[in-house]
Design a protein around this ligand. Structure first.
Ligand code: SAH
Length: 251
């Protein structure tokens, strides 16, 4: 059996209990070495074979999984954050399916959650934004045309941009071209939840400059929208004394 496990954003105690159990029981672990905290591997049992997928191709990853499966071994494929975001898991799963190798998935805390926690931020503030767009700039991996940064910016909702910390000049221009004003609140969170986490709240136009000052070119999230430093917002209905819910009668 192959377990795809979300390792969480960095801090070793931000993996799920289930994910940690899979690590403890694994005979083979293939981890995304670029971003998974190596401290998590210390939880593996003695004799567990450990592979760093940063140095491997898809074919090599699959061949390790296939061999382990033939030997009746339990495999953990450890991805950073939650594996459903930029995790390249579908291509692995499709080949496992062809080869009749069973697999399942264990969710993880995505870095966009750790980024919000670092800033004590709520992405969905009443009367400010009730939606969150998660996207990236096109790099060597293309982004479908209909998902341009400009088109998303037009919504003025909360936005988290992955994999783009090295392109902030262009990102900031595109966000403004799409309709955000240059003074829209924005934040950079570098290595959220790691010991060397860095964060800065600024405005959209200041993003490139702040990143340069802090020497940030990768492993960072860009968070954009009024929720980053809201001037005002609506009170929740759920906790309003006058509001009746299934659990509480309003006065
Ligand atoms: N599956 C992961 C994302 C992998 S893509 C998740 O759910 O978080 C890699 C990108 O994620 C990085 O370029 C960066 O933009 C972001 N990232 C991952 N871990 C991060 C962290 N601890 N702090 C800030 N950004 C992070």
């Amino acid at each position: 059996m192959v377990h795809f496990v979300g390792a969480g954003p960095g801090a070793v105690d931000l993996i799920t209990l289930r994910g940690e159990k899979f690590i403890r029981e694994a005979d083979v672990i293939i981890y995304a070495g670029s971003l998974v905290n190596p401290g998590l591997l210390q939880k593996a049992k003695q004799g567990c074979e450990i592979y760093n997928s940063a140095k491997m191709t898809l074919e090599e990853v699959i061949s390790v999984m296939e061999r382990a499966h033939k030997n009746g071994q339990e495999v953990v494929r450890l991805h950073t954050g939650d594996a459903s975001l930029y995790g390249a898991i579908r291509e692995q799963m499709d080949i496992l399916e062809e080869k009749n190798i069973p697999y399942d998935s264990c969710p993880g805390v995505s870095s966009f959650c750790a980024g919000a926690a670092a800033l004590n931020l709520e992405y969905t503030l009443p009367e400010v934004s009730q939606s969150l767009i998660i996207t990236r700039m096109a790099g060597r991996t293309k982004v479908p045309e209909k998902e341009s940064i400009e088109s998303f910016a037009a919504h003025h909702c909360s936005m988290v941009i992955f994999l783009s910390a090295g392109m902030l000049e262009e990102l900031s221009k595109k966000l403004v071209a799409g309709g955000y004003s240059p003074d829209t609140p924005a934040a950079i969170v570098y290595k959220a939840s790691w010991e060397d986490e860095k964060k800065i709240v600024c405005t959209l136009e200041k993003l490139p400059e702040k990143a340069r000052e802090m020497n940030i070119t990768k492993t960072a999230l860009i968070i954009v929208g009024d929720v980053v430093s809201p001037l005002s917002y609506g009170r929740s209905k759920l906790y309003d004394p006058k509001f009746t819910t299934e659990y509480r009668k309003g006065k």
